[in-house]
Design a protein around this ligand. Structure first.
Ligand code: FES
Length: 283
């Protein structure tokens, strides 16, 4: 069991857990993830490591309650335990002194981009961060991102905070004012990463995205996380999760993400029924 030592609600249905995991904390690097199960027969969920404290022996996981398992996970509290935690998995982010790095996080993707922005800053880069969400109440980690960035731009779809628009609009502002960008790192919904890739492609700016496809084992054996990158099939769990955004087949990725939606809907309905939130008349 891996003990939850801190729990915070960052936004509606977005939870933060700090979990005691000294061996993972010792080895974790920005860009890596863990796979957890809350029960022996439970679903395996990949979550990016949002932060780690080697001295304290803990890691931070941030997740959104979108399906049955993440809802169950969100019901755990500080003091409770997580059944299994495997990691750190995946390749760490390639961090070096590139020059000016733009780190983009959309929605829950702000959490995994945070340790990357911090690592880029520590490596001597000028870090311009752009974070975005649908509305102000869903913005997470603004203070943390500001602390590791030379400049922070905020965008919300409804204009309730920062620029009214998308992260790509904020990126356009940075480009239009003449800032020379050496690298863009973008993490968020697949459609956001695709749009960032399309924005930087004609500008020739190297862009890296972190993919979070369906995963099962997380060790390269099941093929569940396969994604086409530059006409090659890659496994996100062992070859990634970060890839050159200009080579990713986003269309194929989006289709695969939707493959299990009917099953997810059934699982969610079952979970609501168990939790008493369902309005059906069954027992
Ligand atoms: S999750 Fe099974 S191969 Fe990547």
């Amino acid at each position: 069991m891996y003990k939850i030592i801190r729990k915070e609600e960052l936004a509606p249905s977005v939870k933060l857990f700090e979990v005691e995991a000294p061996l993972i904390a010792r080895k974790a690097r920005p860009g890596q993830f863990v796979i957890l199960r809350i029960a022996e027969e439970g679903e395996r969920i990949p979550l990016t490591i949002a932060d780690f404290d080697r001295e304290k022996g803990s890691i931070v996981l941030i997740f959104q309650e979108v399906g049955a398992t993440t809802r169950q996970l969100g019901q755990l509290n500080a003091g409770d335990g997580i059944q299994d935690l495997v990691g750190p998995l995946g390749r760490p982010t390639h961090i070096e002194r590139f020059g000016t790095v733009v780190c983009i996080g959309g929605g829950i993707g702000i959490a995994p981009v945070y340790p990357i922005a911090r690592g880029m800053k520590e490596a001597g880069n000028t870090v311009i961060s752009i974070i975005g969400a649908r509305t102000e109440g869903l913005l997470i980690y603004e203070r943390e991102m500001a602390a590791v960035s030379d400049e922070l731009l905020v965008a919300t779809d409804d204009g309730s905070r920062g620029l009214k628009g998308f992260v790509t609009d904020a990126l356009r502002q940075v480009v239009d004012r003449g800032t020379k960008i050496d690298l863009v790192v973008a993490i968020g919904p697949v459609i956001m990463m695709k749009n960032v890739a399309e924005a930087t492609r004609p500008l020739g700016i190297h862009t890296v995205v972190s993919l979070n496809p369906i995963m099962v084992d997380g060790t390269g054996m099941c093929g569940g996380c396969r994604v086409a990158v530059g006409n090659e099939i890659k496994f996100a769990c062992v070859d990634g999760p970060e890839f050159d955004a200009h080579l990713v087949d986003f269309k194929g990725l989006i289709a695969r993400q939707r493959m299990y939606l009917p099953q997810e809907k059934i699982a969610l309905e079952h979970e609501e029924h168990r939790g008493g939130a369902c309005r059906c008349q069954g027992t």
